[in-house]
Design a protein around this ligand. Structure first.
Ligand code: HEC
Length: 218
């Protein structure tokens, strides 16, 4: 092979005392080089346009599975109640599931930060339809059709309504950019009993000055 004959022939130039040979690159290196070039379009087509899953997608799938698992665990706590909703409010996975729903369904009327727009401000202590989590849950589920608030019970699953209720509950006390002035009654949310075992799970706050309308026992 002619290449062999000229092996280890030094090139003319020199830099900082370093000289180099003019040998061809090793075969394995050249093949690897071509292999990466061939693999690139295959990778792009398969993963970006084909059936392959990108890392981000796989991550999202795992996250969704995790949310689902969390939901099932929370549902196992029992029927929707003030206590269950309060527990959901303490669960970051639940809140982020609720936030997703809020972004998809509620922001056009309540604003991204809950400060209110067509619908009322959801971050303040004033509520038209009660500020207990069960009140909020009922308002979201049944809506206020005559006033433009949709009855989401027709469109969202029960778990989704619970998640978005928990999310709305968590907005309280945050500071939206353009808060709508308070509407409704001042409402003070009471701490739950420590063990969270309030009879019927209806423990919650009371409207001031009137007592919050007690929900009929299911
Ligand atoms: C088309 C507009 C619109 C959309 C979308 C909407 N709402 Fe409302 N919402 C309203 C209006 C208007 C009211 C006030 C009803 C009234 O005046 O009685 C309201 C009231 C409420 C209240 C009660 C506030 C209070 O002071 O008692 C809650 C809670 C609420 N919305 C949550 C939600 C959630 C959660 C979503 C998304 C799943 C949502 N809303 C989507 C318009 C909307």
């Amino acid at each position: 092979m002619s290449q062999r004959e000229v092996r280890d022939e030094l090139r003319e130039h020199e830099f900082d005392g370093i000289k180099e040979y003019d040998n061809p690159l090793p075969r394995w290196w050249v093949w690897l080089f071509w292999a990466t070039i061939i693999a690139t379009p295959v990778y792009i087509v398969y993963y970006h346009f084909g059936p392959g899953k990108l890392v981000a997608d796989e991550y999202q799938e795992e996250l969704d599975a995790y949310y689902e698992q969390q939901r099932q665990q929370l549902l196992a706590l029992g029927e929707v109640s003030e206590v269950v909703l309060r527990k959901m409010m303490e669960n970051p996975a639940m809140l982020s599931a609720g936030e997703k729903i809020f972004i998809a369904k509620c922001v056009q009327c309540h604003a991204r930060d809950g400060g209110g727009n067509i619908g009322p401000n959801l971050t303040d202590d004033y509520w038209l339809h009660g500020g207990n989590l069960m009140d909020i849950h009922r308002t979201i589920h049944d809506g206020v059709p005559t006033k433009g608030m949709i009855a989401w019970g027709n469109q969202l699953s029960e778990v989704d309504i619970m998640a978005v209720t928990a999310y709305v509950g968590s907005l309280r006390g945050t500071t939206p950019a353009n808060p709508k002035p308070p509407q409704g009654e001042l409402f003070v949310r009471q701490p739950l009993p420590e063990d969270g075992d309030a009879p019927g799970g209806e423990a919650g706050g009371e409207a001031v000055p009137d007592a919050a309308e007690a929900r009929p026992a299911a």
